[in-house]
Design a protein around this ligand. Structure first.
Ligand code: CP
Length: 318
Protein backbone atom coordinates (compact mmCIF):
# COMPACT_ATOMS: atom_id res chain seq x y z
CA UNK A 1 0.00 0.00 0.00
CA UNK A 2 1.24 3.50 -0.86
CA UNK A 3 -0.51 6.83 -1.25
CA UNK A 4 -0.23 6.83 -5.06
CA UNK A 5 -2.16 3.55 -5.39
CA UNK A 6 -4.43 4.03 -2.34
CA UNK A 7 -8.15 3.68 -3.17
CA UNK A 8 -10.26 5.95 -0.90
CA UNK A 9 -13.13 4.26 0.90
CA UNK A 10 -14.76 7.37 2.40
CA UNK A 11 -14.78 5.90 5.90
CA UNK A 12 -13.85 7.83 9.07
CA UNK A 13 -17.35 9.26 9.64
CA UNK A 14 -17.82 10.44 13.22
CA UNK A 15 -14.25 9.56 14.24
CA UNK A 16 -12.47 12.09 16.44
CA UNK A 17 -9.12 13.61 15.45
CA UNK A 18 -7.48 13.85 18.86
CA UNK A 19 -4.03 12.53 17.96
CA UNK A 20 -2.45 10.57 15.10
CA UNK A 21 -1.92 7.81 17.70
CA UNK A 22 -5.53 6.82 16.93
CA UNK A 23 -5.05 6.80 13.14
CA UNK A 24 -3.75 3.87 11.09
CA UNK A 25 -1.59 4.22 8.00
CA UNK A 26 -4.68 3.51 5.89
CA UNK A 27 -6.69 6.23 7.63
CA UNK A 28 -3.91 8.79 7.14
CA UNK A 29 -3.73 7.86 3.45
CA UNK A 30 -7.53 8.28 3.33
CA UNK A 31 -7.20 11.83 4.68
CA UNK A 32 -4.27 12.72 2.40
CA UNK A 33 -5.90 11.35 -0.74
CA UNK A 34 -9.07 13.30 0.12
CA UNK A 35 -6.99 16.47 0.66
CA UNK A 36 -5.33 16.00 -2.74
CA UNK A 37 -8.74 15.61 -4.42
CA UNK A 38 -10.24 18.63 -2.62
CA UNK A 39 -7.22 20.71 -3.62
CA UNK A 40 -7.64 19.60 -7.24
CA UNK A 41 -11.33 20.56 -7.14
CA UNK A 42 -10.55 23.97 -5.68
CA UNK A 43 -7.96 24.73 -8.36
CA UNK A 44 -10.39 23.49 -11.07
CA UNK A 45 -13.16 25.75 -9.62
CA UNK A 46 -15.38 22.68 -9.14
CA UNK A 47 -18.03 23.20 -6.45
CA UNK A 48 -17.56 20.79 -3.57
CA UNK A 49 -20.13 21.71 -0.96
CA UNK A 50 -20.09 18.33 0.75
CA UNK A 51 -20.90 19.77 4.17
CA UNK A 52 -23.81 22.03 3.15
CA UNK A 53 -25.83 22.94 6.24
CA UNK A 54 -23.19 21.69 8.70
CA UNK A 55 -21.78 23.85 11.47
CA UNK A 56 -18.30 23.70 12.95
CA UNK A 57 -17.72 25.27 16.39
CA UNK A 58 -14.14 26.50 16.73
CA UNK A 59 -12.97 26.96 20.33
CA UNK A 60 -9.72 28.86 20.75
CA UNK A 61 -7.98 29.08 24.11
CA UNK A 62 -4.76 30.24 22.38
CA UNK A 63 -4.07 32.59 19.44
CA UNK A 64 -4.05 31.37 15.87
CA UNK A 65 -3.70 32.56 12.30
CA UNK A 66 -3.38 29.44 10.13
CA UNK A 67 -5.61 27.11 12.12
CA UNK A 68 -8.43 29.61 12.36
CA UNK A 69 -8.15 30.64 8.71
CA UNK A 70 -7.95 27.08 7.37
CA UNK A 71 -10.91 25.75 9.36
CA UNK A 72 -13.05 28.84 8.88
CA UNK A 73 -12.36 29.18 5.16
CA UNK A 74 -12.45 25.38 4.75
CA UNK A 75 -15.90 24.84 6.24
CA UNK A 76 -17.26 27.70 4.10
CA UNK A 77 -15.79 26.17 0.94
CA UNK A 78 -17.46 22.90 1.92
CA UNK A 79 -20.82 24.67 2.13
CA UNK A 80 -21.01 24.79 5.93
CA UNK A 81 -20.66 27.53 8.54
CA UNK A 82 -18.10 28.24 11.26
CA UNK A 83 -18.80 29.62 14.72
CA UNK A 84 -15.68 31.18 16.26
CA UNK A 85 -15.60 30.91 20.06
CA UNK A 86 -12.76 32.51 21.97
CA UNK A 87 -12.49 31.16 25.49
CA UNK A 88 -12.21 34.80 26.57
CA UNK A 89 -15.80 35.33 25.44
CA UNK A 90 -17.55 32.10 26.41
CA UNK A 91 -18.34 30.63 29.83
CA UNK A 92 -15.64 27.96 29.38
CA UNK A 93 -13.13 30.73 30.11
CA UNK A 94 -14.97 31.41 33.39
CA UNK A 95 -14.80 27.83 34.53
CA UNK A 96 -17.85 26.15 32.98
CA UNK A 97 -16.86 22.49 32.62
CA UNK A 98 -15.97 21.26 29.16
CA UNK A 99 -18.38 18.35 29.62
CA UNK A 100 -21.28 20.81 29.96
CA UNK A 101 -20.09 22.93 27.04
CA UNK A 102 -20.08 19.98 24.63
CA UNK A 103 -23.53 18.79 25.66
CA UNK A 104 -24.93 22.30 25.13
CA UNK A 105 -23.28 22.42 21.70
CA UNK A 106 -24.96 19.19 20.69
CA UNK A 107 -28.34 20.61 21.69
CA UNK A 108 -27.62 23.57 19.38
CA UNK A 109 -27.11 21.23 16.40
CA UNK A 110 -23.35 21.74 16.15
CA UNK A 111 -21.92 19.06 13.85
CA UNK A 112 -18.23 19.20 14.76
CA UNK A 113 -15.89 20.86 17.25
CA UNK A 114 -12.40 22.09 16.53
CA UNK A 115 -10.53 23.08 19.69
CA UNK A 116 -7.14 24.67 20.35
CA UNK A 117 -6.23 24.35 23.99
CA UNK A 118 -3.49 23.38 26.43
CA UNK A 119 -4.32 19.98 27.93
CA UNK A 120 -4.90 16.92 25.77
CA UNK A 121 -7.21 15.66 28.53
CA UNK A 122 -9.69 18.45 27.68
CA UNK A 123 -10.10 16.91 24.23
CA UNK A 124 -10.56 13.49 25.76
CA UNK A 125 -13.34 14.93 27.92
CA UNK A 126 -15.04 16.59 24.95
CA UNK A 127 -14.89 13.28 23.09
CA UNK A 128 -16.16 11.33 26.11
CA UNK A 129 -19.20 13.50 26.83
CA UNK A 130 -20.18 14.40 23.25
CA UNK A 131 -21.29 12.45 20.22
CA UNK A 132 -19.93 14.80 17.59
CA UNK A 133 -16.44 14.69 16.06
CA UNK A 134 -13.77 16.58 18.03
CA UNK A 135 -10.78 17.87 16.08
CA UNK A 136 -7.50 18.81 17.72
CA UNK A 137 -6.40 22.26 16.53
CA UNK A 138 -3.28 22.04 18.77
CA UNK A 139 -2.65 21.01 22.34
CA UNK A 140 0.59 20.95 24.29
CA UNK A 141 0.98 17.29 23.27
CA UNK A 142 -0.12 17.10 19.64
CA UNK A 143 -0.82 19.07 16.45
CA UNK A 144 -2.16 16.41 14.09
CA UNK A 145 -3.83 18.75 11.59
CA UNK A 146 -0.55 20.60 11.02
CA UNK A 147 1.22 17.32 10.33
CA UNK A 148 -1.36 16.26 7.72
CA UNK A 149 -0.52 19.49 5.86
CA UNK A 150 3.21 18.80 6.30
CA UNK A 151 2.88 15.27 4.92
CA UNK A 152 0.90 16.59 1.97
CA UNK A 153 3.67 19.13 1.27
CA UNK A 154 6.38 16.44 1.42
CA UNK A 155 4.35 14.16 -0.86
CA UNK A 156 3.78 16.95 -3.40
CA UNK A 157 7.52 17.65 -3.44
CA UNK A 158 8.87 14.12 -3.74
CA UNK A 159 5.90 12.05 -4.96
CA UNK A 160 6.61 9.41 -2.31
CA UNK A 161 7.35 8.93 1.37
CA UNK A 162 9.43 5.81 0.88
CA UNK A 163 13.15 6.34 1.29
CA UNK A 164 12.67 9.95 2.42
CA UNK A 165 13.79 11.36 5.76
CA UNK A 166 12.43 14.29 7.77
CA UNK A 167 14.48 15.79 10.59
CA UNK A 168 12.89 17.99 13.27
CA UNK A 169 15.11 20.26 15.36
CA UNK A 170 13.65 21.41 18.66
CA UNK A 171 11.99 20.38 21.86
CA UNK A 172 10.00 17.15 22.10
CA UNK A 173 6.69 19.00 22.31
CA UNK A 174 3.51 18.94 20.21
CA UNK A 175 5.13 19.26 16.77
CA UNK A 176 7.85 16.71 17.44
CA UNK A 177 5.29 14.24 18.80
CA UNK A 178 2.89 14.54 15.89
CA UNK A 179 5.64 14.55 13.24
CA UNK A 180 7.12 11.39 14.73
CA UNK A 181 3.76 9.62 14.57
CA UNK A 182 2.73 10.97 11.18
CA UNK A 183 6.02 10.31 9.38
CA UNK A 184 6.39 6.81 10.85
CA UNK A 185 2.83 5.89 9.91
CA UNK A 186 3.21 6.92 6.25
CA UNK A 187 6.54 5.11 5.91
CA UNK A 188 8.99 8.03 6.04
CA UNK A 189 12.11 8.00 8.20
CA UNK A 190 11.96 10.61 10.94
CA UNK A 191 14.62 11.94 13.29
CA UNK A 192 13.85 14.17 16.25
CA UNK A 193 16.93 16.12 17.31
CA UNK A 194 16.48 17.69 20.75
CA UNK A 195 18.95 18.83 23.40
CA UNK A 196 19.51 16.32 26.17
CA UNK A 197 16.57 16.35 28.57
CA UNK A 198 14.24 18.08 26.08
CA UNK A 199 13.36 15.06 23.92
CA UNK A 200 9.91 13.56 23.36
CA UNK A 201 8.33 11.37 26.03
CA UNK A 202 9.37 7.69 25.81
CA UNK A 203 5.81 6.41 25.40
CA UNK A 204 5.29 8.60 22.31
CA UNK A 205 8.61 7.47 20.80
CA UNK A 206 7.58 3.85 21.42
CA UNK A 207 4.14 4.44 19.88
CA UNK A 208 5.75 5.87 16.72
CA UNK A 209 8.29 3.06 16.51
CA UNK A 210 5.61 0.40 17.04
CA UNK A 211 3.39 1.93 14.34
CA UNK A 212 6.15 2.50 11.75
CA UNK A 213 4.97 1.51 8.26
CA UNK A 214 7.10 0.01 5.51
CA UNK A 215 10.29 -0.12 7.60
CA UNK A 216 10.33 3.60 8.47
CA UNK A 217 12.99 4.45 11.05
CA UNK A 218 12.18 6.61 14.11
CA UNK A 219 15.31 8.08 15.71
CA UNK A 220 15.65 10.46 18.65
CA UNK A 221 19.08 12.01 19.15
CA UNK A 222 20.94 15.10 20.33
CA UNK A 223 23.61 14.64 17.64
CA UNK A 224 22.99 17.47 15.14
CA UNK A 225 25.34 16.22 12.41
CA UNK A 226 23.89 12.71 12.49
CA UNK A 227 20.36 14.10 12.47
CA UNK A 228 20.68 16.36 9.42
CA UNK A 229 22.72 13.90 7.38
CA UNK A 230 20.56 12.36 4.64
CA UNK A 231 17.56 14.60 5.44
CA UNK A 232 15.15 15.43 2.61
CA UNK A 233 13.00 17.73 4.76
CA UNK A 234 14.37 19.92 7.54
CA UNK A 235 11.78 21.14 10.04
CA UNK A 236 11.86 23.36 13.09
CA UNK A 237 9.51 25.24 15.39
CA UNK A 238 9.77 28.19 17.77
CA UNK A 239 11.93 27.68 20.87
CA UNK A 240 9.01 28.61 23.14
CA UNK A 241 5.49 27.51 22.30
CA UNK A 242 2.36 29.36 23.39
CA UNK A 243 2.01 29.14 27.15
CA UNK A 244 5.72 28.37 27.75
CA UNK A 245 7.85 30.94 29.57
CA UNK A 246 11.16 32.08 28.06
CA UNK A 247 14.08 30.27 29.64
CA UNK A 248 17.65 31.38 28.76
CA UNK A 249 19.09 27.94 29.60
CA UNK A 250 16.71 26.21 27.20
CA UNK A 251 17.33 28.88 24.55
CA UNK A 252 21.10 28.33 24.79
CA UNK A 253 20.61 24.57 24.44
CA UNK A 254 18.40 25.00 21.34
CA UNK A 255 20.48 27.70 19.60
CA UNK A 256 23.05 25.25 18.09
CA UNK A 257 20.07 23.60 16.36
CA UNK A 258 19.15 26.80 14.51
CA UNK A 259 18.32 26.00 10.89
CA UNK A 260 20.59 28.26 8.84
CA UNK A 261 22.21 27.98 5.41
CA UNK A 262 25.11 25.94 6.83
CA UNK A 263 22.65 23.46 8.34
CA UNK A 264 20.68 23.16 5.06
CA UNK A 265 23.96 22.53 3.19
CA UNK A 266 24.44 19.39 5.29
CA UNK A 267 21.05 17.94 4.27
CA UNK A 268 20.49 16.00 1.05
CA UNK A 269 20.73 17.92 -2.24
CA UNK A 270 17.18 19.05 -3.05
CA UNK A 271 16.13 19.05 0.61
CA UNK A 272 13.24 21.33 1.52
CA UNK A 273 12.69 23.47 4.62
CA UNK A 274 9.40 23.31 6.54
CA UNK A 275 8.07 25.26 9.53
CA UNK A 276 4.56 25.21 10.99
CA UNK A 277 4.76 29.01 11.49
CA UNK A 278 4.78 31.55 12.95
CA UNK A 279 8.60 31.67 12.75
CA UNK A 280 10.96 33.75 14.84
CA UNK A 281 13.64 34.93 12.44
CA UNK A 282 17.13 34.78 13.90
CA UNK A 283 16.10 32.32 16.62
CA UNK A 284 15.16 28.79 15.47
CA UNK A 285 15.65 29.71 11.78
CA UNK A 286 17.34 32.42 9.77
CA UNK A 287 15.62 34.79 7.37
CA UNK A 288 17.91 33.42 4.63
CA UNK A 289 16.44 29.92 5.04
CA UNK A 290 12.83 31.08 5.37
CA UNK A 291 13.16 33.10 2.16
CA UNK A 292 15.51 30.65 0.40
CA UNK A 293 14.81 28.46 -2.63
CA UNK A 294 14.41 25.39 -0.42
CA UNK A 295 11.71 26.98 1.73
CA UNK A 296 8.21 25.51 1.29
CA UNK A 297 6.60 27.34 4.21
CA UNK A 298 3.82 29.00 2.23
CA UNK A 299 2.73 25.93 0.20
CA UNK A 300 2.81 24.17 3.58
CA UNK A 301 0.58 26.86 5.11
CA UNK A 302 -1.80 26.61 2.13
CA UNK A 303 -1.97 22.86 2.61
CA UNK A 304 -3.49 23.48 6.05
CA UNK A 305 -6.63 24.50 4.14
CA UNK A 306 -6.78 21.37 1.98
CA UNK A 307 -5.85 19.01 4.82
CA UNK A 308 -8.36 20.54 7.23
CA UNK A 309 -11.10 20.35 4.61
CA UNK A 310 -10.36 16.64 4.25
CA UNK A 311 -10.55 16.18 8.03
CA UNK A 312 -13.87 18.02 8.31
CA UNK A 313 -15.39 16.34 5.26
CA UNK A 314 -14.49 12.78 6.22
CA UNK A 315 -15.35 13.16 9.91
CA UNK A 316 -18.47 15.33 9.67
CA UNK A 317 -20.24 14.08 6.53
CA UNK A 318 -23.59 12.30 6.73
N1 CP B 1 0.92 26.40 12.60
C1 CP B 1 -0.17 26.87 13.25
O1 CP B 1 -0.91 26.11 13.91
O2 CP B 1 -0.38 28.19 13.05
P1 CP B 1 -1.35 29.10 13.95
O3 CP B 1 -0.82 29.06 15.36
O4 CP B 1 -1.29 30.46 13.33
O5 CP B 1 -2.74 28.51 13.87
Amino acid sequence: MDLASYKPTGKLKNKHMLTLMDYSTEEIFELLSCAIELKRKQYAHEKHEYLAGKTLAMIFEKSSTRTRLSFEQGIKQLGGSPIFLSSRDIQLGRGEPIRDTVRVMERMNIDGIMIRTFKQSDLDELAKYGHIPVINGLTDDFHPCQVLADLLTVYEEFGTFKGKKLVFFGEGFNMANSLMLGCAKVGMDVTICSPEGLGPRPEIIRAAQDAAFDGAKVVVTDNIGEAVSGADAVYTDVFFSMGQTKDPVKEAALMPMQVNAAMMAKANPGAIFLHCLPAHRGEEVTDEVLEGAYSRIFPEAENRLHAQKAVMYLLMKD
